[in-house]
Ligand binder design. Structure first.
Ligand SMILES: Cc1cc2nc3c(=O)[nH]c(=O)nc-3n(C[C@H](O)[C@H](O)[C@H](O)COP(=O)(O)OP(=O)(O)OC[C@H]3O[C@@H](n4cnc5c(N)ncnc54)[C@H](O)[C@@H]3O)c2cc1C
Length: 336
């Protein structure tokens, strides 16, 4: 962290042209743009409650990869230093390295004072400008006077805790704190149950199926999630010169089909033309991308799929019973 300005009455004081709350991809994009408009002696104060830049990528599960070709995920027009084909989906450490690289590039253009490990508590705006207060993990306090404030604080994505279960036979883990590819997991042959139907669940299913061929992998997928087909949006090889679809065109096409009443029809059109459903039928969508081979690996590799919401796992004399929110139950451990 840069050294802070004058302490006054126990608090630190900063003045700046632009104060950015959040050092994720949105915050770094804001800094990249601000660096183009500020004079070289301009000053940005960048705050994040996390201790390094990268936003939710800092804490999310270790086997996460970018959904899209890596050059598209950047701050401003800053180029990646990774020497990989443009279609390569960067892994978490590579994404975090790129965040650090972006910040280095921006710091060469404009003065950036970083407050990482600091949380912004308040912001008021008046004719005199913006006033913010923040505190550090160690209890220090900071007051900021800024001409402009950019709130790039994201969705508040925080790591998931393991689900609590009554059964003593089930080892419940969260992908955010337990790597499914770990030695502990490799040393065991017990069936895997994945709770969730979204991108994290698909990445986890894919990792489990490809890492442990022959091991039983099951999923409890709620209403199921469908994804945008990455192969049709970002085709690889020579196809990328004559096919593919810009995300903005896809959203435009979809929006123009909607007349205010026909959401089911639009959803069905989207699913049929651009969607991928590793689990059928799926009703939820959150703009995650998946490739056809990934979807096929997941579909064919899952032993069982329950379109239910998990509630608990309970030890019974004859094994473990899974209890669902609907009231339905299912025999837990191996169904083979
Ligand atoms: C598992 C997963 C995979 C994803 N994969 C992709 C992908 O491949 N491609 C893609 O485009 N998108 C992906 N996304 C979506 C992703 O959330 C966004 O791409 C992006 O990283 C969000 O950036 P952000 O800057 O908006 O928010 P965040 O990354 O959440 O950053 C916001 C930052 O603001 C900080 N903050 C919040 N409040 C305060 C406060 N009061 N004081 C100080 N700091 C504060 C937070 O600590 C955080 O670090 C994925 C999301 C998840 C969960």
């Amino acid at each position: 962290m840069n050294s802070p300005s004058t302490p006054v009455s126990g608090s630190l004081i900063e003045t700046c042209d632009v104060c950015i709350i959040g050092a994720g991809i949105a915050g770094l994009n804001a800094a990249a743009v601000a660096s183009q408009y500020l004079s070289p002696d301009g000053k940005i104060v960048l705050l994040d409650r996390r201790h390094r830049c990268g936003g939710m990528w800092v804490d999310t599960y270790p086997y996460v990869r970018l959904h899209q070709p890596h050059p598209l995920f950047t701050a401003g027009n800053i180029k990646w230093t990774l020497e990989k084909h443009r279609s390569y989906l960067a892994a978490k450490p590579e994404v975090l390295d790129h965040f650090a690289h972006c910040l280095d590039v921006i710091k060469k253009r404009v003065r950036v004072v970083e407050y990482l490990g600091w949380t912004v508590d308040s912001h008021t705006e008046s004719t005199e400008g913006n006033r913010l207060t923040a505190h550090s993990d160690t209890g220090q306090r900071l007051a900021i006077a800024a001409q402009r404030v950019i709130k790039a604080n994201g969705y508040g994505v925080t790591p998931n805790e393991p689900l609590s279960v009554s059964s003593e036979q089930i080892h419940s883990v969260s992908p955010d704190s337990f790597d499914i590819r770990s030695e502990q997991m490799q040393a065991s042959e017990t069936p895997i149950w994945i709770v969730g139907g979204g991108k994290t669940a698909m990445d986890t299913a894919y990792a489990a199926i490809t890492e442990y061929p022959g091991r039983e992998v099951n999923i409890i997928a709620g209403e199921g999630t469908y994804f945008t087909n990455r192969d049709s949006m970002f085709p690889r090889g020579t196809r990328r010169w004559w096919t593919g679809k810009l995300p903005s065109h896809l959203f435009n096409d979809t929006a123009l089909r909607f007349d205010g009443t026909n959401e089911d029809e639009v959803r069905q059109w989207f699913q049929a033309t651009h969607g991928l459903e590793p689990i059928r039928p799926s009703r939820r969508f959150f703009n995650g991308l998946l490739s056809e081979p990934e979807a096929a690996t997941i579909s064919s590799g899952l032993a069982t799929v329950d379109m239910e919401y998990f509630d608990n796992a309970i030890d019974r004399p004859d094994g473990v019973e899974l209890l669902y929110r609907s009231g339905a139950t299912s025999p837990g451990l191996s169904r083979k």
